[in-house]
Design a protein around this ligand. Structure first.
Ligand code: G3P
Length: 215
């Protein structure tokens, strides 16, 4: 399973990249706005770190605009995946971009039928937003289960990128279901490595080590 960071913060990405647990990055207009920096400058810096998969989102809402932005973004760096929203204009744009060899991440997916259409038009990734479904009283993980079942049944090559992840249990459940990728905030990725028993266990080992005669 691949682990992505859902952020546009270059310092957060650098930290996880250097540890060696990061497989990719997803950004969106909200995350880019938080950085207060120019979109393309941020994207170029992230790609320059060597991250092999960096999702950058179009903001046009019509197919022509999406195609224009998507073609530009894919030329920025070979690691770019073009993020396109799940609308009919987005489906049309995805089919064309995918036909040109561009890797598309279809975003803002909230139903299995939307995910089916994303696969049919050749999206490389589909991004179901599970946390936002949970927030409104629906089981987001149920959607991941449905999408995986459909994709497996028809052998669609589209990868399921679990997005809008809120906590480590989402990552655990996604991994158990066999989702391809989970993208998460920095704080969630940090928690994947942490356990209070690891900390207290290490503190005890170090304290006991002081009692071992040296030389
Ligand atoms: O990047 C898309 C998605 O992961 C956003 O998550 O937390 O804004 O629902 P969130």
């Amino acid at each position: 399973m691949q682990l992505f960071l859902d952020t546009a913060s270059v310092s957060e990405i650098r930290t996880m990249w250097e540890i060696g647990i990061l497989d990719g990055v997803t950004t969106n207009p909200t995350l880019v706005a938080k950085e207060g920096r120019k979109f393309e400058e941020v994207i170029r810096e992230i790609c320059a770190l060597g991250v092999p998969s960096v999702s950058a989102e179009v903001v046009a809402t019509d197919t022509e605009g999406m195609l224009r932005e998507g073609r530009h973004l894919r030329g920025v760096h070979p690691s770019i995946y073009v993020k396109v929203p799940m609308t009919t204009a987005g489906l049309r744009a995805t089919r064309i971009l995918a036909g040109e060899g561009t890797r598309v991440n279809m975003t803002l997916v909230f139903s299995a039928t939307q995910a089916l259409l994303a696969a049919k038009v050749g999206a490389t990734y589909v991004s179901p937003f599970i946390g936002r479904l949970d927030d409104q009283g629906q089981d987001g993980m149920e959607l991941i289960r449905d999408i995986l079942e459909i994709y497996r049944r028809y052998s669609f090559p589209t990868k399921v990128l679990v997005a809008s992840v809120r906590h480590p249990v989402h990552v655990l459940q996604a991994a158990k279901l066999g989702a391809d990728i989970a993208t998460m905030p920095y704080a969630v990725m940090e928690k994947l490595a942490a356990h209070p028993l690891t900390d207290s266990g290490l503190a005890r080992f170090l304290k006991d080590w002081e009692k071992v005669p040296k030389e």
